[in-house]
Design a protein around this ligand. Structure first.
Ligand code: NAD
Ligand code: ZN
Length: 261
């Protein structure tokens, strides 16, 4: 018991020390880019894909999140998305989302890029979020991409068709094997390359092209900071690793920025 509490004490003292170093290192940074992944929404109760309670443990992605799966069994895919929408309807943004909303005011230029489709950054008050993988609350036509913003729930037994081309209505998210919106990814790449500070938060850094943004920013001179309780393929590149939860450390960083403003 004593060992454990000493270990925890030592660890939190170590984390405090790293946060102090981070605040010192970033005090002259002007262009900040943040990339978030499913981990930042985990504390809101949205399951990640690769954690212990990850959705992929219950469903195989290739059965659900591909165009082929949708063509083969659109009812199953819509059942899954309705379930995910129901989960997301019950959750709220957490301290990490709110801290990132506040980050914006401490930098001349601030870009928030997310791989999440849950819309929680916008609900927390962040503006102009680059949603690389779309948004689960929007629909679009499978064939002509026309956007459908309808509040009616999609009934898996009676999937509506596009009024223009007759194509099936699907969630407006990027599925495996699909291209990202070229304008959104281009903007994400160019902001990352211009950044002098890059935070990678709550992402396993496995899904490309998003996973290439932090290394791209680092290559063009940005300080790279990772916030993740686990080690990731990016960890060895990071200038600072905050091995903790987003909701735990990001509010502390905001407080530090406030104090030095
Ligand atoms: P991922 O599930 O692969 O990885 C999540 C990462 O978050 C892990 O490295 C984990 O260690 C870390 N993490 C867990 N709890 C954390 C916390 N409290 N604070 C900080 N980090 C924490 O997620 P990914 O890298 O985003 O890739 C998964 C893909 O799945 C993305 O393309 C995304 O679109 C999609 N996805 C989205 C949501 C969502 O919208 N909330 C949820 C699940 C998956
Ligand atoms: Zn259409």
């Amino acid at each position: 018991m004593i060992d454990i509490s000493v270990g925890q004490y030592r660890y939190s003292a170590y984390l405090e020390a790293v946060i102090t170093e981070v605040l010192q290192a970033i005090r002259h940074c002007r262009r900040c880019v943040v990339l978030t992944g499913a981990g930042i929404s985990a504390e809101s109760g949205v399951p990640t894909f690769r954690g212990d309670d990850g959705l992929w443990n219950k469903f195989r992605p290739e059965e659900l999140a591909t165009v082929d799966a949708f063509m083969a069994n659109s009812k199953l895919v819509w059942e899954w998305y309705n379930w995910r929408r129901d989960v997301m309807d019950t959750v709220q943004p957490n301290a990490g989302h709110y801290a990132l909303r506040d980050f914006a005011e401490y930098f001349e230029n601030f870009t928030l890029i997310t791989q999440n489709v849950d819309g929680l950054h916008t609900r927390a008050g962040s503006e102009n979020v680059l949603e690389l993988h779309g948004n689960i609350n929007r629909n679009k036509c499978l064939d002509c991409n026309r956007e459908y913003i309808e509040s009616d729930e999609i009934k898996p037994d009676k999937i509506p068709s596009c009024t223009y081309c007759g194509g099936k209505i699907r969630p407006d998210v990027v599925w495996f094997g699909e291209m990202l919106d070229p304008q959104v990814i281009q903007k994400a790449i160019s902001e990352s390359e211009k950044a002098d500070l890059f935070f990678s938060i709550g992402t396993s850094a496995l899904v490309h092209p998003a996973a290439s943004l932090p290394s791209g920013a680092k290559r063009t001179g940005a300080i790279l900071i990772e916030v993740n309780p686990e080690i990731t393929p990016l960890s060895h590149l990071a200038d600072f690793r905050l091995q903790s939860t987003a909701g735990g450390v990001l509010p502390q960083i905001v407080r530090g920025l406030q104090e030095s403003a």
